[in-house]
Design a protein around this ligand. Structure first.
Ligand code: HEM
Length: 487
């Protein structure tokens, strides 16, 4: 048996030649997910690269990814033991934590808390919807001010505040004004979080770079600082919650998590007080950046394709009318809008590679042996741009998700891969889709968005855990009267 094992281990996975010390670090380019997809054409869907001292297996395409994350779900459920991952949520992160018995309990609590404050029943769904509607209305007011007299503005910060306010309301029962300077500074720094934890970041691959001044070292130090700062913000809120905690009244997610972990009857077994802050910090981080990035792309694509924008507006006017705002209940009537959102997720694949995984045991995928504790990158972009699966994958075409009768093709929407799959699948997928739908529907019901004719909207973006549009400005014009907003 040992002989067979040694033979397997010595059979190197296919992959590009790795240079000493740096490995393939210099070959990743500005958009590693695209480089990885190109390498898959040469080496197959499962291959190996090196980043500094780390050997990394890259998984591409639906078949290999499904085989790994679903068929061998436990073997691929780990997270690498990266130094930066330990800095998140005071070292008690569920998102960045390894696969253990405690982690399973931690994830279960986070998952049921999200559900309890969103989709659990019609009452919680309505409360959740009210938070989003409130933020969407506020966002429109700010956009109309910024866009007055056809001024062009970058929407990034306002989208970040709107998305952060929804999750802040859920976690703490609190929201912030769009011009709150402290909140603005805090969120501005968090924006950089994904650059360090995204697949291909060199901070963990070459720890020796931290020994002398260079961009990787400053990235590392900034990362440490922004995590501490954000964690202090969350800890402060949790302390206030503990002081005013009443077991009879669950005000928000923080109360719910304090209740389960600190006052629970066995459910929070093994989790400590620090896991409360860790969980809330995780939810705040995961729930904010992704939604604001999604909305950023939504606006960019709406101004890039004005005909699509008009088509959605006409549909909303027909199905919802001008007398009230769109609601979650309207979703089934607005199939083209849902198709637009799925196409935005597929086309941009704005979380192109999941958070890095690691193997929890030796495992074989598509005939390739992968040892325990190997870092694994899951290339979601490759699934969404597979030419065998999607007709003209590089063309933005929402109608691809509708059948001849204009009904959403669920097999196809389920094939879009942006929330990952298996044991680490995103636990915020439902609330994410609801938020993106409601924000987009309400924004388009009330406003028309236009790009600066002198500055054609470009798909340029910066790479990290999420892809973020760069240098994109628009203006917002009110459709109809402002009265719509108070109806
Ligand atoms: C993890 C995508 C919104 C909570 C993830 C992962 C992806 C993802 C790709 C990593 C999965 C993996 O490593 O295999 C997205 C996208 C979103 C979104 C595209 C928005 C469009 C949210 C929201 C929340 C959330 C709103 C919660 C409030 C989480 C958590 C994890 C996670 C807690 C960690 C799961 C784990 O490690 O077990 N998400 N997410 N996400 N997401 Fe989301």
């Amino acid at each position: 048996w040992l002989w067979v094992r040694n033979l397997r281990q010595n059979r190197r996975l296919p992959g590009p030649f790795a240079w000493p010390v740096v490995g393939n670090a210099m070959q990743l380019g500005q958009m590693p997910h695209i480089t990885f997809s190109k390498l898959a054409k040469k080496y197959g869907n499962v291959y190996q690269i090196s980043l500094g001292s780390n050997k990394i297996v890259v998984l591409n395409g639906e078949v290999a990814i499904r085989q790994a994350l679903l068929k061998h779900s436990t073997a691929f459920a780990g997270r690498p033991n990266f130094g930066t991952f330990q800095m998140v949520s005071g070292g008690k992160s569920m998102v960045f934590g390894g696969y253990t018995r405690l982690w399973k309990e931690h994830r279960r609590i986070a998952q049921s808390t999200i559900r309890a404050f969103s989709t659990a029943n019609s009452h919680t769904k309505k409360l959740f919807e009210q938070h989003v509607v409130g933020e969407a209305i506020d966002l429109i007011k700010v956009f109309l001010c910024l866009g007055a007299d056809s001024c062009y503005f970058e929407p990034g910060h306002e989208l970040t505040v709107a998305a952060a306010n929804v999750i802040c309301a859920l976690c703490f029962g609190k929201r912030y004004s769009h011009d709150d300077q402290e909140f603005k500074t805090l969120l501005g720094r968090v924006d950089k979080f994904g650059q360090t934890v995204g697949a291909g970041s060199l901070v963990d691959a070459m720890p020796w770079l931290q020994a002398f001044p260079n961009p990787v070292r400053s990235g590392y130090l900034n990362f440490k600082e922004l995590n501490n700062e954000f964690f202090e913000f969350v800890k402060d809120k949790i302390i206030q919650h503990r002081q005013t905690y009443d077991p009879e009244v669950t005000r928000d997610m923080s109360d719910a998590i304090i209740g389960v972990i600190e006052h629970g009857t066995g459910t929070g077994d093994g989790l400590t007080k620090e896991h409360v802050e860790g969980t809330v910090n995780d939810l705040m981080g995961a729930g904010q950046d992704t939604i604001s990035t999604a909305l950023h792309w939504v606006l960019l694509l709406l101004v890039k394709y004005p005909n699509i924008q008009t088509k959605i507006q006409e549909l909303i006017d027909k199905e919802v009318g001008r007398e009230r705002l769109p609601t979650i209940e309207d979703k089934s009537k607005l199939a083209y809008l849902e198709a637009f959102i799925y196409e935005t997720m597929r086309f941009t694949s704005f979380v192109p590679i999941t958070i890095p995984h690691s193997t929890t045991s030796d495992v074989t995928i598509e005939g390739h042996y992968i040892p325990k504790d190997t870092v694994v990158f899951v290339n979601q972009w490759s699934v969404n741009h597979d030419e065998l699966k999607w007709k003209d994958p590089h063309v933005f075409e929402p109608s691809r998700f509708l059948n001849e009768s204009g009904v959403i093709d669920r097999d196809l929407t389920n094939s879009v891969m942006i929330f990952s799959m298996g044991k680490r699948r995103c636990i915020g997928d439902q609330i994410a889709k609801l938020q993106i739908f409601l924000f987009t529907a309400i924004l388009l019901h009330q406003c028309t968005f236009e790009a600066n004719p002198a500055d054609k909207p470009s798909l340029d973006c910066s790479y990290g855990l999420s892809l973020k549009p760069t240098h994109f400005a628009l203006t917002a014009k009110l459709r109809g009267t402002f009265l719509d907003l108070v109806s």
